[in-house]
Ligand binder design. Sequence first.
Ligand SMILES: [Zn+2]
Length: 432
Amino acid sequence: MPNLDLAINNARYVLSVNSSGEVYENCSIGISGNTIIEISKTPLNAKKVYDASERLISPGLVNTHTHLAMTLFRGLAEGVNLQGFLEKVWAAEGAIMDAPTAELGTKLGALEALLGGTTTALDMYLFPEGTHKGAVAAGLRHVSGPIFFDFPGLDGLEWEARIAFAKQWPAILEKIGGAQVPTYLMPHATYTCSPEHLSEIASLAEEIGANIHIHISENQQENKDVADRYGKTPTKILAETGILKRHNIFGHGVHLIDSDLVDMKGRAAVAHCPGSNLKLASGIADIKKYRENGITVGLGTDGCSSSNDLDMWPVMRFAGYLLSQNHGPENSKAEEVFRMATIEGAKAIGLANLIGSIEVGKRADLIAIDLAAPHLVPIHNLYALLVYAAGRSDVSDVWVDGEQVIENRTSTKLDFAELRKDVNQKVSQLNG
Ligand SMILES: [Zn+2]
């Protein structure tokens, strides 16, 4: 018996996205369990063999900021800015959201993400135990964690109960299982969590070894509201409350000022969400400047209630277009954008040791792009092809942690017809 569990053989291209950006032609990948153990010029023997001769194999995409369960509210809050959006969506959540509904919405979101080539998502939402179960059922590498607001919120948890739940989170993660992820605590924002509560979260994060995910400086109104209340920027509040002692990733980070970048260096990455930011007219994050200041930048879709889908391909395009518009086409290199959607995103989340590139020893989170499509011919520049011409329907097969979770554009884990019926039934209660 061969000792490999899976061989992806004769791939026309393999984009390693390693530190020197190597691209291999006519190459095979050997996987044992969840790990890449061989990259070979010749086809490999394995228990299962995948013929990739018409395929480009890439690391799975990393969505660094989303709210998967909000897929249930796709298209519900249109024609409004962030504050108007929050008002509408919070009302809809009040009507139908509970733990089982969050699990259902996350299953739908995770399936959409995987079908489009996203293998890892950083997901902030209420009822994280439910959302994590839903995402793991779909086969996604799902990074979630307890969410914090000053007020009880939909889950009805008072502050002390939130802290108590968060202390149990590492054990809950272990119980649910799924692909390996870091532990996170997720205070919603500095306008929904007081500095006193943020200090408490900082101590707890230290105690349980957690990273932090938080919305920061999404639009100017947020910065103004926080400045009116506290006389400082959201980032400065994180610095003063000890939150920045842990590894952070900021959702959006559109309006960060120079002193914020100094406070963030080596401590906080940015999840750049250009689709959501453009749609809600939140502004344009100057990611060139952030990167020049040593800040890691990943890409994110945000939730479907603000940006309507979980498609990382237009997000890559928007990121590239905005760099070009703001700094000139020479600063909009497709390879850099693609790295933000893979290895830089992995780094932003704190998972670059496991995912984000195709290298021996890393986890097999891989996607196959079907190159037999008119819009993918001819190939002059692979990265430009992916970032500016390819789309999610070109993703044919997806592996997470060595397991094939999408086969020929279909989930191997979930029954979509049944899921669709359950989702439609649940959201019909919104109009009832
Ligand atoms: Zn968000």
